[in-house]
Design a protein around this ligand. Structure first.
Ligand code: CTP
Ligand code: MG
Length: 237
């Protein structure tokens, strides 16, 4: 089964406030984009990758892909004004014969193979789409300005992440229309598509602010220390 990934990286990163687009903000000395790109490249689930770059940053994306040895990158295209537009542009670069299109935000650097597997398995079960979701821990209320309108039943809510995977023809049809959906699944749902929620991953956390970037950095550092400890133990054994 041919699975293509569209990596949405075209945002400006206004809330991060760096001197460059968020995808190129440094995470442990590398552009943030490098982390998700390398992880998708390394996954046996993914055949090819389209990177949707901040306008004017297509060339640096290609150079980064070459530097990382990411031979799966089939195209780097300039994104649009909104995420929805950027995804539409990226989906337009996916090969005709792709069976599955997976859309991921470069703002969520720590994509794992486990999540990719859960999504693809769901599609093999016959779903039109699959999204990772986490239980909502806070009580969520609908408001009108500063007035609480109602309290939503938490047990029926999930917080949804990316990557989101879809049968290619279903996603193509869903993104063809205009509209400013914040995720792809809502476009598919809106057309009657059946989308499964699979277990998400707290580490698929979205980087929005400088504190978020520091948090992801601290996780990666802790991982590296754990790996070093394990190697020491192996050496001792
Ligand atoms: N995105 C995109 N094209 C846009 C806007 C967003 O491809 N026109 C991508 C971002 O690069 C990011 C993902 O969509 O990977 C989620 O968007 P968000 O976290 O809001 O990132 P930014 O829009 O870059 O950040 P901000 O809203 O703070 O400017
Ligand atoms: Mg944004």
């Amino acid at each position: 089964m041919s699975v293509w990934a569209v990596l949405a990286a075209a945002g400006r990163g206004e809330r991060l406030g760096a001197d460059r687009p968020k995808a190129f903000a440094p995470l442990r000395g590398r552009p943030l984009l490098a982390e998700s790109l390398e992880r998708l490249e390394g996954s046996d689930w993914i055949e090819s990758i389209v990177v949707v770059a901040p306008p004017g940053w297509e060339e640096p994306v290609i150079l980064l892909a070459e530097e990382l040895g990411c031979g799966k990158v089939a195209a780097a295209v300039a994104g649009g004004e909104t995420r929805a537009e950027s995804v539409q542009i990226g989906v337009g670069e996916v090969a005709e014969d792709a069976a599955v299109i997976l859309v991921h935000d470069a703002a969520r650097p720590l994509v794992s193979d486990d999540v990719l597997e859960r999504l693809i398995v769901a599609l093999n079960e016959g779903w039109d789409g699959a999204v990772p979701g986490l239980p909502v821990v806070d009580t969520v209320k609908r408001v009108d300005g500063d007035t609480v309108v109602e309290t939503l039943p938490r047990s029926s809510l999930v917080a949804v992440q990316t990557p989101q995977a879809f049968v290619a023809s279903v996603l193509r049809a869903a993104v063809a229309g205009t509209g400013d959906a914040t995720d792809c699944s809502s476009l598919v749902e809106g057309r009657g598509g059946r989308v499964k929620v699979v277990a998400g991953d707290p580490r698929l956390f979205k980087v929005t602010t400088p504190d978020d970037l520091a948090l992801v950095e601290s996780w990666l550092e802790a991982d590296e220390e754990d790996e070093a400890d394990e190697e020491d133990e192996e050496d001792d054994a």
